[in-house]
Design a protein around this ligand. Structure first.
Ligand code: GLP
Length: 262
């Protein structure tokens, strides 16, 4: 696990962009697959990737985008549905083709159809050859994607109930708090772990406790993001505020400095 702490959210977004581009570069010879998170945390990263495109340092025209999750039961085209969010916040910003964006289909409302949509999504990811780099945020309660505390560490894409904490946190995107859906389809923790590289971005003191528990607490379903410890190529990009609860901070900084000059 690489933990990179930057002096500001903007500098952290630049670190994350470097980690994403380096991970995607390993897909040489085939179309790369980028896993996409919604929420406020990755917005700076997406802008940074957009700047890399403008500067000719990156090109996402052949990249496939794969969403982490989607709400269940929002009408098609709802502006807060994650397909629409990702079209606005990612496709428009980095030049990813809308027809290369895969999002779980949360339009059904019966369990059987949603289970079928979840299985279809797993098949879609497998058909693309798996995810090269998965961008992740972290919920204040330690959730990853929409894998709420209690999620099986080996879980696959499935229907999940949202916790009331998450619904409250996400109410800011809706006119009325009651409009926040109660359920979602989310990649499972086991699905996320199959991505070749994970890049977690977190900023602000509201994430400090969740980050400390995820990186330095026990591997536990109570803190779903603790599965990051299980992955062999995790890069965690933080600003100072989000890193405030870390006990091992000196070691992370020493490691980030690299080998001594010969
Ligand atoms: C959302 C998303 C997650 C995201 C998290 C944190 O509900 N499903 O993928 O990482 O909550 O959101 P934010 O970055 O806005 O704090």
């Amino acid at each position: 696990m690489q933990v990179i702490v930057a002096p500001s959210p903007e500098a952290s977004a630049a670190d994350a962009a470097d980690a994403v581009l380096a991970g995607l570069a390993r897909a040489a010879g085939r179309d790369p697959v980028l896993g996409l998170a919604t929420g406020s945390s990755p917005l700076g990263l997406y802008r940074e990737l957009g700047r890399a495109v403008d500067a000719g340092r990156a090109d996402f025209s052949r990249t496939h985008g794969v969403a982490l999750d989607e709400y269940v039961g929002l009408p098609a085209g709802h502006p807060e549905g994650y397909r629409q969010v990702l079209l606005r916040e990612v496709c428009d910003v980095i030049g990813l083709a809308p027809d290369r964006l895969a999002v779980p289909d949360g339009s059904a409302t019966d369990e059987e159809s949603l289970e079928a949509a979840a299985a279809a999504y797993e098949a879609r990811i497998a058909g693309l050859g798996g995810v090269d780099v998965q961008i992740l945020g972290i919920g204040a309660n330690g959730h990853l994607g929409f894998n709420e505390p209690g999620s099986a560490l080996t879980s696959r894409t499935r229907v999940k109930r949202l916790s009331e904490r998450t619904r409250r946190d996400n109410a800011r995107f809706f006119t009325d708090a009651d409009d926040v859906p109660t359920h979602c389809l989310t990649q499972g923790l086991g699905t996320i772990l199959q991505a070749r590289r994970l890049v977690l971005v977190a900023t602000g003191d509201g994430k400090a406790d969740a980050v400390a528990a995820a990186l330095e607490g026990p591997l536990s379903a109570s803190v779903p993001a603790s599965v990051l410890q299980w992955h062999a190529d995790t890069v965690v990009c933080l600003d100072e505020a989000a890193a405030a609860g870390l006990r091992n901070r000196q070691y992370y900084d020493d490691s980030a400095a690299g080998l001594p000059a010969p």
